[in-house]
Design a binder for this molecule. Structure first.
Ligand code: FEO
Length: 162
C-alpha cells in the first residue's frame, strides 16, 4: 500500500517530470530553429529521458495500489536569449528537481515507506549525473566566445549523444 501523502507527492513529481520533458523539448525546437542541431539533439534525448522518469512514478504509484491523478502540465517558455541562457536554465531546473526528489525522500521517511525510499534512491543517484552534465555544459559555454568556432565543436559533441 501507499500512503495518501506519498501518493500525492508522487503524482506531483510525475507532473514535474513531464514538465521537464516539455521544457527540454521546447528548447530542442528552439535550437533546431537556430541551426544548432547538436544542442537540439542532446535536449531531445534529455526530453525522452524525462518522460521515462515520469513513467517510473506513474508505474510505481499503480504497482503500490495507489491512484494516478493526472494534472495539467504548465506551458514551457519557447525562447531563450542565448544558448548559455538556455543551458543555465537546464542546470537551475535540475537543481530544482533534485530538491524536489530530496523532499519526496523526506516524506517517504516520515511515512515509514521503505519501498518508496528504495525506489527514490535511483532518482537521487540520477540527479547527481543530471546536475553534473548540465554544470559541464554551462562551464564549457562560459569558456567560449559567443560566436566562436568552439560553439560549433560543442554542438557536434552534443550531437553524438547515444
Ligand atoms: Fe528527471 Fe532531469 O530529472
Amino acid at each position: 500500500m501507499i500512503s495518501k501523502a506519498v501518493e500525492k507527492a508522487f503524482n506531483e513529481q510525475f507532473k514535474k517530470e513531464l514538465f521537464s520533458s516539455y521544457l527540454y523539448l521546447a528548447m530542442s525546437a528552439h535550437f533546431v530553429e537556430n541551426n544548432l542541431s547538436g544542442f537540439a539533439h542532446w535536449l531531445r534525448c534529455q526530453s525522452k529521458e524525462e518522460l521515462e522518469h515520469a513513467m517510473k512514478f506513474f508505474d510505481y504509484v499503480l504497482e503500490r495500489g495507489g491512484n494516478v491523478e493526472l494534472q495539467a502540465v504548465d506551458q514551457p517558455p519557447s525562447n531563450w536569449k542565448s544558448y548559455l541562457d538556455a543551458f543555465t536554465q537546464v542546470l537551475e531546473h535540475e537543481q530544482m528537481v533534485t530538491a524536489s526528489i530530496n523532499k519526496l525522500f523526506e516524506i517517504a521517511a516520515q511515512e515509514k515507506d521503505y519501498a518508496a525510499q528504495i525506489f527514490l534512491q535511483w532518482f537521487i543517484t540520477e540527479q547527481v549525473e543530471e546536475e553534473k552534465n548540465a554544470t559541464d555544459i554551462v562551464a564549457n559555454l562560459k569558456l567560449i566566445d559567443a560566436h566562436g568556432t568552439a560553439v560549433l565543436m560543442l554542438d557536434r559533441q552534443l550531437g553524438k549523444r547515444a
